[in-house]
Design a protein around this ligand. Structure first.
Ligand SMILES: Cc1cc2nc3c(=O)[nH]c(=O)nc-3n(C[C@H](O)[C@H](O)[C@H](O)COP(=O)(O)OP(=O)(O)OC[C@H]3O[C@@H](n4cnc5c(N)ncnc54)[C@H](O)[C@@H]3O)c2cc1C
Length: 414
């Protein structure tokens, strides 16, 4: 079987590796960027995706490149702790959770791709602009005139997917919720346990902070910072490219007062060499992803708000489910049907949960119920309510510890 993949990001490369592991070697990846560069800031890879990457034989490299996330803690705007929970192995999962530089994760996938499939199967500087198909095959048309035929084509070409635009004409630009995100990495001393992922504030004025490397001899690590504020009223959507660098003065004006005895956001703003700006966007879930021999994967299929740290993880799981379906189903089309049946409703539920602030809903409730702060968290939440909010999101996004630990492997040979 020949599988053509548009997009060599986390989703596309995970799919190529998953297909290879499932015994499908006729894989070609077309990537628009001139090279696979280790760009971006930090992301979290959740245990359900770490399981899949581990079953692809990447556990050691992942562990070397990332930092195992020890806990996830949410605070109100006054710096008062609302809810904290262990993550990864400490939470009883059989797999860790990693805080990692997006570029380093891409590097893990790219190295494995080059070793296993060979660099020539990845054609950088090749933007897929059109897809045609008939009963027997599908053809990717690349800018500049290259054409390549396959049995299946997968649009793993991100939030601005041209494959999706062709399959769903008239959908238009991603949807902005009026929140602007400023993202950076800075050297600094990690707060709390040293492997804590913390969120402070409420949806509309929040800070997300976590280290993505182990500390050096001085106790300093690379720290990922995402600051979010509602800026939408009366303004056009900010530019939507990952390279939009901005002057931090505007960010300092909003966030410098976010300072407590355990973290100083103003200090982190000054420590970061560069700040990137990006609007918080998603897309409405689709009634179908693909048609015939074409489907979508990752952000192209289900772009979601970066709430609950699920974007990259869901792309990895898509890849594993699709590779298994293509290896086991009797025809390519029935494999794509099986894949969509398994993944489309599951990921639509995460998109919608993230619109309701998913994993971090307790911060919204704390802000609504106790905007001036609280003496005791038990005065704000009913017994068991915080635990239930946390468990509900994990079930929706597929990383409930018991369900994940017990479910069968997606590897074809298991
Ligand atoms: C440069 C960059 C930086 C990012 N930084 C962060 C970050 O810091 N934190 C975070 O949480 N998320 C970040 N993301 C998004 C995050 O990586 C994705 O949400 C997630 O990993 C899903 O992966 P994906 O492969 O579906 O999409 P993406 O990671 O967006 O990958 C899509 C790939 O397709 C390529 N492409 C686009 N159009 C075409 C085309 N027509 N033909 C061929 N190739 C095409 C793109 O160049 C890209 O490499 C970033 C994405 C990019 C591209």
């Amino acid at each position: 079987m020949r599988v053509v993949i548009a997009g060599g990001g986390i989703g596309g490369l995970s799919l190529a590796l998953s297909l290879h592991a499932a015994g499908i070697d006729g894989v070609e990846v077309f990537e628009a960027a001139p090279a696979i560069e280790e760009l971006g800031v930090g992301i979290n890879v959740l245990p359900h995706a770490v399981r899949e990457l581990s079953e692809l034989g990447l556990a050691d490299d992942l562990s070397a490149q990332g930092l195992a996330t020890g806990e996830f803690v949410m605070f109100n705007k006054h710096g008062q702790r609302i809810w904290g929970e262990p993550r990864g192995l400490a939470a009883g999962y059989r797999w860790p959770q990693y805080s990692i530089h997006r570029g380093r994760l891409l590097g893990v996938l790219h190295r494995a791709f080059a070793e296993r499939l060979g660099e020539t199967r990845l054609r950088t500087g090749h933007r897929v602009v059109n897809v045609t198909q008939n009963d027997r095959s599908v053809c990717a048309h690349v800018a500049g005139g290259t054409r390549v035929e396959g049995d299946v084509l997968v649009g793993a070409d991100g939030v601005h997917s041209s494959v999706r635009a062709q399959l769903h004409p008239g959908e238009g630009a991603p949807l902005w919720n009026g929140i602007t995100m400023w993202r950076a990495v800075a050297q600094g001393v990690p707060c709390l346990t040293g492997s804590s992922m913390v969120i402070i504030g409420y949806f509309g004025k929040r800070a997300v902070v976590y280290p993505i490397t182990r500390p050096d001899r001085d106790g300093r690590a690379l720290i990922n910072i995402v600051l979010e504020a509602t800026t939408g009223a009366g303004r056009p959507m900010p530019r939507q490219d990952w390279d939009h660098v901005v002057d931090p003065a505007q960010i300092r004006a909003v966030f410098a007062t976010m300072r407590f005895d355990w973290i100083d956001i103003g200090e982190l703003i000054d420590a970061a060499p560069r700040w990137w700006q990006y609007p918080m966007v998603d897309r409405d879930p689709l009634p179908r992803w693909g048609s015939g021999r074409v489907t979508l994967l990752g952000d192209a299929a289900h772009s979601m708000y970066p709430v609950g740290a699920n974007g990259a993880s869901q792309a990895v799981i898509d890849a594993r489910v699709l590779a298994r379906a293509l290896a086991l189903a009797p025809t390519a089309q029935s494999a794509l049907d099986d894949y969509e049946t398994a993944r489309r409703p599951a990921t639509a539920a995460v998109v919608l949960a993230n619109r309701g602030v998913g994993a971090e809903q307790c911060m919204e409730l704390a802000e609504a119920r106790a905007p001036g702060g609280f003496d005791r968290i038990d005065d704000v939440f009913a017994p068991g309510e915080l635990q239930e909010l946390s468990s509900r999101y994990k079930r929706t996004a597929g990383f409930d510890p018991a369900l994940l630990n017990d479910r069968a492997s997606l590897s074809v040979d298991s």
